[in-house]
Design a protein around this ligand. Structure first.
Ligand SMILES: [Zn+2]
Length: 221
């Protein structure tokens, strides 16, 4: 069985994280998330670790070559460990820009995992993303983010710990528009790149979570 390699794309608020979890569980995929990679980088007690912390605290992106160094290490480990046992890999939160998509494509070809390599776009409009992000809430006690979708809209308190739910201070309309601008500038070229390579699956993200997952599964077949 050829390993499955999926990368999840979509505007903030599209529910990628939830779909990543569902896909990882269903197929037993190895998860490579951008958050985990950033933590690995910023946890280093050296020049890189220190500078990455500064860059992130200013709200800027960590540089591509360092992110890619981490990817390449992970991919190499997975390839050399035992290719037979590898069900597949799921990338969450990357590529963030065209050059990273090109590098990802090259690495996947190099490791001969390209047969089942797909980019899954959980597509929601900019208006929908803005609406969801301005209305999402966070638990003051455990920090869980409550998306503004489906039954979550009606939650009065946190469904995990019963804590109070409040709007996040980071989610100002200005900050949200900046994030959505960044998507239009940097990630739309990534989507076009994967579409031209025949790898793109476009999924309607403006439907209930289980329907989004069903559409992903049916388009993967
Ligand atoms: Zn909570």
């Amino acid at each position: 069985m050829e390993p499955k390699v999926y990368t999840l794309l979509g505007r903030a608020g599209c529910g990628k994280g939830t779909q990543a979890k569902l896909l990882t569980d269903k197929f037993g995929l190895t998860y490579i998330g951008s958050g985990e990679i950033l933590r690995a980088l910023s946890g280093q007690e050296n020049f890189n670790g220190k500078k990455i912390k500064e860059v992130i605290s200013r709200g800027q992106l960590a540089p591509t070559f360092l992110i890619f160094q981490q990817w390449v290490n992970r991919l190499g480990e997975l390839k050399l460990a035992s290719n037979k046992d590898l069900a597949g890999i799921l990338f969450d939160g990357s590529p963030r820009k065209l050059v990273e998509a090109q590098m990802m494509e090259e690495a996947i070809l190099w490791y001969e995992w390209d047969k089942n390599f797909k980019a899954i776009l959980v597509d929601i409009s900019r208006e929908e993303a803005f609406n969801r992000l301005t209305k999402r809430r966070q638990c003051v006690k455990c920090g869980q983010l409550i998306p503004y979708v489906g039954e979550y809209k009606n939650l009065k308190v946190c469904d995990k710990c019963g804590g109070e739910l409040v709007t996040r201070q980071d989610d100002t309309p200005e900050a949200i528009n900046l994030r959505l601008d960044l998507f239009d500038q940097e990630v739309l070229p990534v989507i076009n790149f994967f579409e031209a390579n025949g790898r793109l699956l476009r999924i309607n993200g403006e439907q209930p979570i289980d329907k989004v997952f069903e559409e992903i599964l049916s388009k993967l077949q």
